[in-house]
Design a protein around this ligand. Sequence first.
Ligand code: ATP
Length: 341
Amino acid sequence: MAALEVERLTKDYGEVLANDDVTFAVEEGEVFGYLGPNGAGKTTTIRTLMGFQSPTSGGGTVLGHDVTDETDLIAAKRRIGYLPANPAFDEGVTGREVLDLHASIKGDERRADLLETFDPPIDRKVRDYSTGNVQKLGLVQAFMHDPDLVVMDEPTAGLDPLMQRAFNDFVEAEKERGLTVFLSSHVLSEVRRVCDRVGIIRQGRLVTTERIEDLLQRTGKFVRVRVAGDVSASAFDIDGVHDVSCSTTDGGRADDRTEADDPDDGNPDDSTAGPSAAAPSDTADTDPPRVAGPVTECTFTFTGDVNELIAVLGGRRVLDLDVEEAPLEEVFMRFYGGNDA
Ligand SMILES: Nc1ncnc2c1ncn2[C@@H]1O[C@H](COP(=O)(O)OP(=O)(O)OP(=O)(O)O)[C@@H](O)[C@H]1O
């Protein structure tokens, strides 16, 4: 049984169709990221799943309970943790009192541990909290009754980088324990680190659901190669090379030599540039080959067979080579952007 299901969910606010026939499921034990640009419809889905608003049509289940059936949902909510976007608590009470109230309804067996991790100033009145501290209090509240499913709307909003990292560590550990997490986010590093799968929504429509690994696989690698000689982009005309761009400079020029030729620049990349190892034997560990004459630097995204790339490079004198995972940002921009294709 899926821990959370959204089935043909449509929410029409009148002027805006905020969710348009959205269908996806989150499996037990999965961490699922729900992504999309501002106003895409993420909060609308989340609030509907939590029973705070009714769908125009369609619906969903959480832990097998119908989200449009109020009574059914009450039973499920004891086993669900929820962190809304911009959580708001009674400003006149302390954080401790907020948690005590929550504990009286759902329990708090994990409160002490969570307070060690997130550490909001629980004896101060909520009105004196910073935005980040409100968020931390919300996180403690969402997890402290040891739920089976946690739903969070932008959980790291307002958290400083250290706290964001603590949150990511925490979610990874929770995943190990088998917790199911559904979260919306704009923070791609966080998504990449903690999520197994993502669903991307744009203008109310689900564009894709995909495993993070597959998304990265499909995106390919970002390649930057420097070769001796005047080489044109057509030299890399093999399957899987995209957006190739080459520029040739005089290899003897000081500015062009700076990175590759300076053994003392402390740049570890100079000595580890993959197939530079395939370059001639004058490629000392700390002293990449010098070259007289033109040097061409080409960059491209590569989704093809790496052996074909090696074959192309094999016929040339490679001075430097970087192969990196393409940034996740690029992948998401494709989906976030205006081009449906
Ligand atoms: N109560 C409402 N009445 C009318 N329109 C609404 C209402 N709530 C949201 N909307 C509109 O529905 C669309 C989706 O909003 P929603 O808050 O679900 O997006 P979101 O993806 O969560 O955005 P963000 O990333 O900015 O939080 C937006 O155009 C928003 O203006």
